[in-house]
Design a protein around this ligand. Structure first.
Ligand code: KIV
Length: 279
């Protein structure tokens, strides 16, 4: 049975941490489920970690639906949240509801996530009224990269911290079931977490949020050149993968792969005798 919003809320109530990770394909979804992850985020970060783009802005609704379908098809237990990509919810409430509905109906996500503060309270309220559960996302908003200039910590100064705090309250009032807090000082994340009834999920927001989320490629060390302070690398997968592929290449070149151990045999001597093929 899939986890539900009441299950997620119970974790906060009981002071138990919520573990969330991103996934976009079948194998990583299966690994996440086997590892006992509570929530999977099909993030628009797929633009960067799957498609190799420099930001998330080009990700389309069709791509989000495609990846969400794969993740939901390959899991039974984790609660699945799908990101609403850039310009899928900013144009009009009607468009936002229609697009969010696709992630639920076609992608089979249990909820959608949208980036933005109090300005989006109205659209969130209408989505929730249409029975589409919404996760908020405050702090560093990757879809605002052209406005903010770089992926940097938000809310270090009082005014911006206050704005983020007020937005968290506004999103809760609008009906979000949880809020991602990205790249904000841990003191601010702690204050928001203590004040809100809905769970906070941190990424680069310190240890005091109700849960944590990381991009799976980051925590597995799939990009040696990407080592931000907030990511703990649990594996050096880039190094391991390159070494393995290099060993394969060397063995192909020197003829030590494949051996007969990795080869198929003919059925019997009679079959082999047929190999005196005639044209
Ligand atoms: O798209 C994503 O993976 C996200 C996380 C960084 C929270 O929004």
């Amino acid at each position: 049975m899939r986890l539900t919003i009441p299950d997620i809320h119970l974790l906060k109530k009981e002071g138990k941490k919520i573990a969330m990770i991103t996934a976009y394909d079948s194998f990583f979804s299966i690994y996440a489920e086997k590892a006992g992850i509570d929530m999977i985020l099909v993030g628009d970060s797929l633009g960067m970690v799957v498609q190799g783009e420099e930001n998330t802005l080009g990700v389309t609704m069709d791509e989000m639906v495609y990846h969400t379908k794969i993740v939901s098809r390959n899991t039974q237990k984790p609660f699945i949240v799908a990101d609403m990509p850039f310009m899928s919810y900013q144009i009009s409430t009607e468009k936002a509801i229609e697009n969010a509905g696709r992630l639920i109906k076609e992608g089979k996500a249990q909820a959608v996530k949208i980036e933005g503060g109090a300005d989006f309270a109205d659209v969130i309220e209408k989505m929730v009224r249409a029975s589409i559960p919404v996760m908020g996302h405050l702090g560093l908003l990757p879809q605002s990269i052209n406005k903010i200039g770089s992926f940097k910590v938000q809310g270090k100064e009082y005014d911006q911290a206050e704005e983020i705090f007020k937005s968290a309250k506004a999103l809760q009032d609008a009906g979000v079931f949880a809020i991602v807090l990205e790249a904000i000082p841990y003191e601010l994340a702690k204050k928001i977490t203590e004040e809100l009834l809905v769970p906070t999920i941190g990424i680069g927001a310190g240890p005091y949020t109700d849960g944590q989320v990381l991009v799976v490629q980051d925590m597995l060390g799939m990009n040696e050149n990407f080592s931000p302070k907030f990511v703990k690398k649990y594996l050096s997968l880039e190094k391991m993968a390159v070494e393995a592929i290099e060993s394969y290449k060397n063995e192909v070149k020197n003829g030590s792969f494949p051996t007969l151990e990795h080869s198929f045999r003919s059925k019997n001597k009679e079959t082999i005798s047929l190999y005196s093929f005639k044209n």
